[in-house]
Design a protein around this ligand. Structure first.
Ligand code: F6P
Length: 544
């Protein structure tokens, strides 16, 4: 018998009864009743202003949700997280990404190792930036390419794009992740071998995609005239398996460490973040780390009712497990944050897409949810139709950096005005009477009004939160990412799951190697299913 959510929380019936009260009232009524609602349901920390007032919460809801946090011992779990307990129980290790982003002096052995690695990385970056580091034919480095996938790609790629306004211009930074040769092949056309530095980022140094791309890059460098004994001028590795990287052919001096106590998807603050530092410089990289550290302090110390990540997690729990949402949208109103949703897909879905609890018991309740979204205002001309009028419950996070780094101020006004208006429209909606009145005001004939009015109704009462910040800069971005990391942790605690392993990615990888072998040998096991066998046959025919 799978574990039910009511087995964890004995007041579950009370929570459901309270949820029913929200079926009798709307968010608009809640705002009409309480002119102070926005202030009451807002909190701020580390440069982030979190307004969750457009959600189905009141004092009773919060009391109930905070009661769940108490029952799950969220406060104790936060202490255990930062203390380095082996909370990743299936891999018997801590999840100490917080040790990657301390401010000031290193305080413990982990932080000292991090400081040493970042010091070495800083040396490399300045040698490349100031032209001292030369390629095999004496050229300065103009292009840096990060080869990595998942946590060794998404975070650095997202942050590098997000901080476009801070790029120093010393080098161009590129990313290659996919095992699809088309990605690296397209890049070759833009690169000059003598002025290219390749970063091979892999915590495990055993990821197929990364190793194949690294070998392809190596072959290309040789084909472009780089002598074998000069490859060290063009390849740097970042890995927790330093020996494996050296065995692969990396020069020992060029290998930067990562640690087992950091999960891949939580590692952008380490040397895995090297592409970020190449793009924006070490000072800005450290400011990013500092922003995250400030958010960590807030998570550790703020009371839960004022605690941004705790509230984000409790709200998502409320929507997932009580109100029945299986998805959530993240809509950044900043073009440079366009990769945030795909970064958050790995963070949330790889962390919390689990169906057993920490004790290995099967679960009968939802964990994780589908994260999706794109940058505003682009989504408004696409999927927002469903958000406004569809019948799918989607809690939304609007991300709103208020001030732009560029000078096209009037467009910033339209951007943020739209962000604000979307949350207002979703919450307020427009009823039948208003929709008829609008058509009347437009002089539409009565029979047409009757035919159209219902189509123009916006049901409203749709939940969203807004995370605003003065501007998108390294500190606020660091805090924003850390807020999501700690939200994911909060949810893991509430669901009693291990958010730091990812066994679910293994089977597909294993079968991928079996299928590749079957293709190589054309020896396809007869007991495989007919669909798999036919697809392999078609591949062989297409590539004959
Ligand atoms: O396949 C999933 C995964 O293990 C992720 O968790 C990880 O971020 C990614 O692959 C890349 O792993 P690595 O950094 O070891 O190459």
């Amino acid at each position: 018998m799978p574990v039910q959510i009511s087995d964890l929380y004995d007041n579950w019936a009370e929570l459901q009864a309270h949820a029913d009260t929200w079926k009798q009232r709307t968010l608009k009524q809640a705002f009409d009743k309480d002119s102070n609602r926005a202030a009451r349901y807002s909190t701020a920390a580390a440069g982030l202003e979190y307004d969750y007032s457009k959600n189905h919460v009141d004092e009773d809801t919060l009391k109930l949700l905070l009661g769940l946090a108490e029952k799950a011992d969220l406060k104790g779990a936060i202490k255990r997280l930062f203390r380095g307990d082996h909370i990743n129980n299936t891999e018997d290790r801590p999840a100490l990404h917080s040790d990657l982003r301390f401010e000031g002096e290193a305080q413990n052995d982990n932080q000292k190792e991090v400081a040493a690695a970042l010091d070495k990385m800083s040396g490399l970056i300045s040698r490349v930036h100031n032209g001292e580091w030369k390629g095999f034919d004496g050229q300065e480095i103009t292009d840096v390419v990060n080869i990595g996938i998942g946590g060794s790609d998404l975070g650095p790629r997202m942050v590098t794009k997000a901080l476009s306004a801070y790029h120093t211009g010393h080098v161009n930074v590129h990313f290659v992740a996919n095992v699809d040769g088309a990605e690296i092949n397209d890049l070759f056309e833009k690169l000059n071998a003598g002025s290219t530095l390749w970063l091979v980022a892999s915590k495990s140094f055993s990821t197929l995609e990364t190793l194949e791309n690294a070998l392809t890059a190596r072959r290309w460098m040789l084909s472009q005239g780089c002598p074998e004994d000069s490859l060290a001028k063009h390849f740097v590795a970042i890995s927790s398996k330093v020996e494996k990287a050296i065995e692969f052919g990396m020069d020992a001096d060029n290998v930067y460490p990562m640690w087992d106590w950091v999960g891949g998807r939580y590692s952008l603050w380490s040397a895995i973040g090297m592409p970020i530092a190449f793009a924006v410089g070490m000072d800005n990289f450290n400011k990013l780390r500092a922003g995250a550290a400030r958010l960590d302090n807030h998570f550790a110390e703020a009371p839960l009712e004022k605690n941004i990540p705790a509230l984000m997690g409790l709200l998502m729990f409320w929507y997932s497990n009580v109100l029945g949402a299986d998805n959530q949208a993240v809509l950044p109103y900043a073009n440079h944050l366009q990769l945030l949703p795909s970064y958050l897909q790995q963070l949330e879905m790889e962390s919390n897409g689990k169906s057993v609890n920490k004790e290995g018991q099967r679960l009968g309740y939802q964990t994780g949810s589908i994260v999706w979204g794109t940058e505003g205002t682009n989504g408004q001309h696409s999927f927002h139709q469903l958000l406004h009028q569809g019948n799918v419950l989607t809690p939304i996070d609007f991300i709103a950096p208020l001030r732009a780094k560029h000078d096209i101020k009037h467009q910033q006004k339209y951007l943020i005005a739209n962000c604000i208006a979307q949350s207002q429209a979703l919450m307020e909606g427009r009823d039948l009477a208003a929709s008829k009145a609008e058509l009347e005001a437009q002089g539409v004939a009565a029979d047409e009004i009757n035919a159209l009015a219902e189509h123009k109704v916006h049901p409203g009462n749709r939940p969203s939160s807004t995370i605003a910040m003065e501007e998108l800069n390294p500190e606020t971005l660091g805090a924003l990412i850390a807020a999501y990391e700690q939200k994911v942790f909060t949810l893991g605690v509430l669901w009693n799951i291990n958010s730091f392993d990812q066994w679910g990615v293994e089977l597909g990888k294993l079968l991928g190697t079996h299928v590749a072998t079957a293709i190589d040998t054309t020896d396809v096991p007869t007991d495989w299913d007919s669909s798999t066998k036919t697809l392999i046959k078609r591949f062989l025919e297409a590539n004959a």
